[in-house]
Design a protein around this ligand. Structure first.
Ligand code: BGC
Length: 755
């Protein structure tokens, strides 16, 4: 294969395909989004054009609450069948980023705030797909935890935190499922774009990844630099990366070996994906599985006796979300659902005695409520309130929803609140509601699943895969999440999610792992065996049910800074009423390790560890201790003297964070280059240009103005195939005060553009 073809191969043909060279035996690879259903676009277009109707599965934040690896594996298999039906070879999923802050617009696309949960469920998902000949794309690698400025922002993460929290789930999926591709995140990690981040890509290779590193769509800032540092495939189609790569090859900056390696990876992938001939799948079977998945995802947060309700009772259903469910969030993961069960439709079908009211007038709602035995209110976010491309500004329901719930609770004794969001919300009325269900965004069968749980046909079994803090200010990354569009300092380090709330005794609304049931489970007879721990779990209540049991490990006397407990393993177990089972957790060394930044490796500290069996992190049923051999003088850069805990908050000053990092945080330099966004340009004299361009928002239907303003110049490449990297270079020169040179370059590039 000659170099021209090789260079052509390393950039896609268009939005969803790689280039193919049949004469060289390299077929095309077709890709589509994920993760909770297929988004096969009907026609090409910018933004998120209409897609082919598909099964809308519960979003990953919902599936995370199932803690059920078998279920996720089954969904992976079902998605593979859907890919085969649609001619898709690689599904751009799953997203396993760590949830650092509830405001991240894309949290609904991720499993958990715990890397063990994300890693195990992510592995099951990838195995389900790949065992059926469909490739996965593990994304977004790595430390991609905010949408604001996501295309250029620098995630600044200390080394131990990076390994223990932000890379851990990726490592697990690489070990357990060997994904065929990994998608490099848009952002920078410690000053280097992920697509050019040799540390990141070498790390994955060392862990055993042997597939294709693909850029997130439009995430390449410099094609040659990306390839030199390990990226294999530039997506979407970037016809004009060829010239840049050719130049780098001629200058010897890009070696022939590096180019050949990318070609080998892409051609291996193209041969590996099965290129099945399209075969229809059993839609009903998939809808049944989507129902089971939704049932396993809905978390019963509170029950003062109102649940399960009875068919003889009368109901008032309040809130448009019960009539028109929000089945998923917005952005590239949005599925055009083939059907959606809305709660009111299911109540109609089952001939339940109910009335519906939107809740618009609080007085009217209270009047109607008084005529019914039970009030069920659906509250939450509407589709566009959680999205790729922008973050939430707060974690509150609308003030109307909060007032309505409070007033209803003040005026009726039996109020059940159903929350439809993909991330935690504040609950100022938590003490007043008799029942609270976290429905999440449970896909096309959510309404049936909710009804089954409400009426006790299914026993709730889900547990929160993410803490519900009392208020946003309690979140450990609160002060350093949206304070700077260009940099994100991960100052809280390893104290993220429950690792923070549990260690520092911060009161929360509902802790990680919280989830009630209609039955009762007892835990007894804890024994440690040969590197294992076992106990008896008995369902001694009145319902057949599933339960997730968790193994947490702590090390009270450790000489390094640690979280009080960390989840190390979990099992989802189904027991009929009266049934009991011996549960065994096999231990392995990784469960005792911490990441040592002096040795740049995982180490075990010698000492006595606490092994705890629980459900929620703050609900430990059984506990024992185990001595583990290891090193005696461990070292961690996260040291108590670097942080201060006062007034209920963790404070880490910039200087202390820099000590943990072992370097100074670089000043953001507002140069004008291809990575400058319209917002950045506004800081310069070319304010007028930024204004003109940002007014063109109708160019991208459905995309917010703020997202357009945060978009770097280089992304214009994605808007029109006539625009080349040379055009961008010319624009940069123009903006840097070289109008003649710049304009000449722009015109020349447009003229010579091959399309
Ligand atoms: C998203 C990816 C997605 C890709 C293709 C990007 O905007 O970050 O998750 O797979 O688009 O739609």
């Amino acid at each position: 294969m000659d170099n021209q073809k090789k260079i052509a191969l390393i950039a896609g043909r268009d939005n969803w395909h790689t280039r193919d060279f049949p004469e060289e035996g390299i077929p095309v690879v077709t890709m589509s989004d994920g993760p909770h259903g297929l988004r096969v676009e009907k026609e090409a277009g910018i933004g998120f054009p209409q897609s082919v109707p598909a099964v809308a599965w519960p979003v990953l934040s919902a599936l995370g609450c199932s803690f059920d690896t078998e279920l996720i594996h089954e969904i992976g298999t079902a998605l593979a069948e859907e890919c085969i039906a649609e001619g898709v070879d690689v599904l751009l999923a799953p997203g396993i980023n760590h949830k650092r802050n509830p405001l991240c617009g894309r949290n609904f696309e991720y499993f958990s705030e715990d890397p063990v949960v994300s890693g195990e469920l992510g592995s099951a998902y990838v195995n389900g797909l790949q065992e059926n000949g469909i490739g996965a794309s593990l994304k977004h690698y790595a430390a991609n935890s905010r949408e604001e400025g996501r295309l250029v922002t620098d995630s600044i993460v200390e080394e131990r935190t990076l390994h223990e929290i932000y890379l851990r789930a990726f490592d697990t999926v690489i070990h357990k499922a060997k994904p065929w591709t990994m998608m490099m995140a848009y952002n920078m990690l410690n000053g280097i774009y992920c697509c050019e981040n040799e540390f990141l890509m070498n790390h994955a290779r060392k862990e055993g990844f042997d597939g294709v590193f693909v850029s997130d769509w439009g995430g390449v800032s410099d094609p040659a630099a990306s390839l030199i540092h390990g990226l294999n495939l530039i997506m979407p189609g970037d016809h004009h990366a060829d010239a840049k790569v050719q130049e780098a090859l001629e200058k010897g900056i890009l070696s022939q070996d590096k180019l050949d390696e990318s070609v080998r990876c892409i051609s291996d992938l193209a041969k590996k994906v099965s290129h099945h001939s399209p075969k229809p799948y059993d839609i009903q079977k998939h809808l049944d599985l989507a129902l089971k998945a939704a049932e396993e995802s809905i978390v019963l947060l509170k029950n003062d006796g109102v649940l399960p309700v009875k068919k003889e009772q009368s109901f008032l259903l309040v809130g448009n979300l019960l009539k028109m469910s929000n089945h998923g969030g917005n952005g590239s993961s949005k599925v055009e659902a083939i059907s959606v069960d809305h709660v009111t439709d299911i109540f109609d079908k089952r001939k339940i005695n109910y009335a519906f009211y939107s809740g618009k007038s609080i007085e009217k709602t209270i009047r109607l409520a008084k005529e019914k035995d039970i009030v069920i209110i659906g509250a939450g976010y509407y589709e566009n309130e959680e999205s790729e491309g922008y973050d939430r500004k707060n974690m509150r329901l609308s003030s109307h929803q909060n007032r309505l719930i409070r007033e209803l609770c003040n005026n009726h004794d039996h109020v059940i609140v159903v929350i439809q969001t993909g991330s935690p919300v504040e609950m100022p009325w938590k003490e007043d509601a008799e029942g609270i269900l976290y429905m999440n965004l449970t896909g096309c069968r959510g309404g049936s699943a909710l009804t089954n749980i409400l009426f006790g046909m299914t026993c709730p079994s889900a547990r929160l895969a993410e803490t519900f803090p009392q208020k946003l200010e309690d979140v450990p990354s609160y002060a350093h999440f949206s304070d700077n569009p260009h940099q994100m300092e991960y100052r809280e380090g390893i104290f993220t999610g429950y690792r923070y709330y549990d260690t520092f005794d911060i009161p929360v609304n509902y802790g990680f792992g919280h989830g009630l049931s209609y039955t009762h489970f007892s835990y007894s007879d804890l024994k440690t065996g040969d590197y294992s721990v076992s106990f008896t779990l008995k369902n001694d209540g009145d319902y057949d049910a599933r339960n997730t049991v968790c193994l947490y490990i702590g090390f009270k006397d450790s000489s390094i800074t640690r979280a009080a407990k960390e989840l190390k393993a979990f099992q989802s177990v189904y027991l009929k009423k009266g049934e009991e089972k011996r549960i065994v957790f096999n231990l392995d060394e990784s469960m005792f390790q911490y990441y040592d930044i002096q040795k740049h490796d995982w180490m075990i500290e010698e000492g006595m560890y606490q092994l705890m069996i629980g459900g929620a992190v703050n609900e430990i049923f059984l506990q024992t201790e185990m001595y583990h051999e290891g090193i005696q003088n461990p070292y961690s850069s996260i040291q108590k003297e670097f942080y201060e805990f006062s007034e209920g908050k963790l404070h880490i000053e910039k200087a202390s964070f820099e000590k943990m990092l072992g370097r100074q945080i670089p000043q953001f330099k507002n140069n004008i280059d291809a990575d400058s966004s319209l917002k950045d340009l506004e800081l310069h004299t070319f304010r007028f240009l930024a204004k003109v361009l940002s007014k063109k928002k109708e160019l991208l239907p459905g995309v917010r103005l703020s997202t357009i303003q945060e978009t770097p110049l280089r992304q214009i490449l994605m808007a029109d195939q006539k625009i080349t990297w040379e055009t961008i270079d010319g624009m940069v020169e123009l903006l840097n005060g070289m109008p003649v040179k710049g304009i000449k370059k722009v015109l020349k590039s447009l003229k010579s553009s091959r399309l």
